[in-house]
Design a protein around this ligand. Structure first.
Ligand SMILES: Nc1nc2c(ncn2[C@@H]2O[C@H](COP(=O)(O)OP(=O)(O)OP(=O)(O)O)[C@@H](O)[C@H]2O)c(=O)[nH]1
Ligand SMILES: Nc1nc2c(ncn2[C@@H]2O[C@H](COP(=O)(O)OP(=O)(O)OP(=O)(O)O)[C@@H](O)[C@H]2O)c(=O)[nH]1
Length: 442
């Protein structure tokens, strides 16, 4: 099972950003007094008591009038209902209970998703607890008092959140079928690709037990093998506001990538790769998923014998953090090369699950060290003792050294290249952990 998704819903200014920052270590966004300024904070990875989950903020509200706030909160709540395993509904003890809160609570209650009702800005339990009880009136369970700003009550809140996670979430998937997510900016052709792949080869639809999110996925059969195409139908939202559309595509990508083995990162050939593409591709990279960059609408551009090379250069430059990603040029319109995607997916899965024997790894390590001297600092030189692969999906290596401080990023990169020279690992990120070990007396 994939990592659970927790969505945060709440009115402007109740403290969503502050909560995000408190849980995600202060790296996500800048909290300001102006409502609606924190556009960029959309998702964060959170760990609590060995449970990992992804928190998404469905917000992004620009409050103008009461009406707009309510309609935007409904929109947020709907996204949360469509994507999340657990919903945190956050309210503000100082603003008190509002009409919009009650309406959104009704909507959440009807969805039958687990909802955790949180009352923020309870900086003093003594002073504010009587006001907290008022929130029982929402009829969605016990209000949990917190102060996001002073980090009070967050542990109790997280205990309740993780108690709602589906059984077995975050543990190894039993289903062996490759799970494919199709992500990208608005309008690049994600639905067209999904429909084409599913339409022509669909074997069975919606036969997957598990979370409600799984229910809309399709299973396709190609060449005797089955693949699960992850659908995010509920999130195919239309909006006139560009920022909102981009936000939806990020939320859509985060929730789909979470459940995927291989991510098809779709780029529009007519536009070429953009910064927004890099943001979305970054989600798959951070999570160590297999990645195939799918350049779609290949039918729609003028081509010479240099075109592919030019595209590749431009894509490699914008998505420079994932040189390992495969690139394919397709057209959902004509179907060109779409079926070839399956072979590529198989290859990426094979690479994601490849295990290299320790003996072979250490031969590579010895040779690499002989060819390029490890870095040194203040007369102390990095020594590399031993390397072993500890995990797959993505392939993860631990390198034992004398002093972690001496292990430069560039030397890790050099070793990564040596491993890739030997084994390829095309289409998947590799992870490296550097551990210190006391020098052996010899
Ligand atoms: N007293 C008190 N103030 C808080 C607390 N948490 C947040 N605030 C304040 O509430 C204001 C709004 O906080 P934000 O975290 O930006 O709220 P938000 O819900 O993300 O707002 P939007 O970006 O408009 O959606 C800021 O001035 C915060 O300092 C709290 O626990 N106690
Ligand atoms: N020429 C050409 N047009 C395409 C191709 N694939 C999709 N389109 C067109 O691009 C537009 C967007 O396609 P969609 O499949 O809806 O794109 P999407 O990424 O799912 O869009 P959102 O759901 O809005 O994010 C439609 O008008 C498609 O007909 C292609 O391969 N070639």
């Amino acid at each position: 099972m994939s990592k659970p998704v927790v969505a945060v819903v709440g009115r402007p200014n109740v403290g969503k950003s502050t909560l995000f920052n408190a849980l995600a270590g202060g790296m996500i966004s800048i909290v300001k007094d102006t409502p609606g300024v924190t556009r960029d904070r959309i998702y964060a990875d959170v760990s609590w008591l060995d449970r990992d989950f992804t928190m998404i903020d469905t917000g992004g509200i620009e409050p103008d009038s009461k009406d707009i706030i309510l309609s935007q909160m409904r929109e947020q709540a709907q996204i949360a209902i469509d994507t999340a395993d657990v919903i945190i509904f956050i309210t503000d003890v100082r603003q008190g209970l509002t009409d919009a809160d009650s309406k959104v609570a009704d909507m959440l209650r009807r969805s039958a998703k687990p909802v955790v009702l949180v009352v923020n800005k309870v900086d003093s339990f003594e002073k504010f607890m009587p006001d907290v009880y008022e929130f029982y009136n929402l009829g969605i369970g016990d209000p949990i008092p917190i102060s996001a700003a002073s980090r009070l009550g967050l542990g109790d809140m997280l205990d309740v959140v993780i108690s709602h996670f589906p059984e077995g979430a975050g543990t190894e998937e039993e289903d062996e079928r490759p799970r494919i997510a199709i992500v990208g900016k608005p309008n690049v052709g994600k639905s067209s690709i999904l429909n084409k792949l599913a339409g022509e080869n669909r074997a069975i639809v919606s036969d997957i037990a598990g979370t409600t999110r799984d229910a809309i996925d399709s299973v396709v059969k190609y060449d005797g093998r089955e693949y699960v195409l992850i659908d995010t139908a509920g999130l195919r939202r239309k909006s006139k506001i560009k920022e909102e559309l981009e936000r939806y595509s990020i939320i859509r990508a985060v929730t789909a990538v979470e459940r995927a083995d291989v991510v098809l990162m779709v780029i529009d050939a007519v536009e070429g790769a953009t910064e927004q593409d890099a943001k979305i591709a970054g989600i798959a990279h951070e999570r160590g998923k297999g990645v195939i960059i799918v350049v779609n609408k290949w039918d729609a551009i003028e081509k010479t014998d240099k075109t592919m090379r030019e595209y590749e250069n431009q894509i490699r430059q914008i998505l420079s953090f994932m040189p390992y990603a495969e690139i394919m040029y397709v057209s959902a319109l004509t179907g060109q090369r779409l079926n070839k995607l399956y072979d590529r997916i198989d290859m990426v899965i094979a690479n994601q699950t490849l295990r290299v024997a320790t003996g072979v790894l250490n031969e590579i390590l010895t040779e690499a060290v002989a060819m390029q001297q490890p870095p040194s600092d203040k007369g102390k030189r990095l020594k590399l003792y031993y390397m072993t692969q500890v995990a797959v999906k993505p392939p993860t290596f631990v390198i034992f050294v004398n002093d972690r401080e001496l292990m430069h990023f560039s030397y890790t990169r050099y070793l990564e290249n040596k491993i890739r020279e030997a084994f390829g690992f095309r289409g998947t990120a590799l992870r490296f952990y550097i551990r210190e070990r006391k020098e052996k007396g010899r």
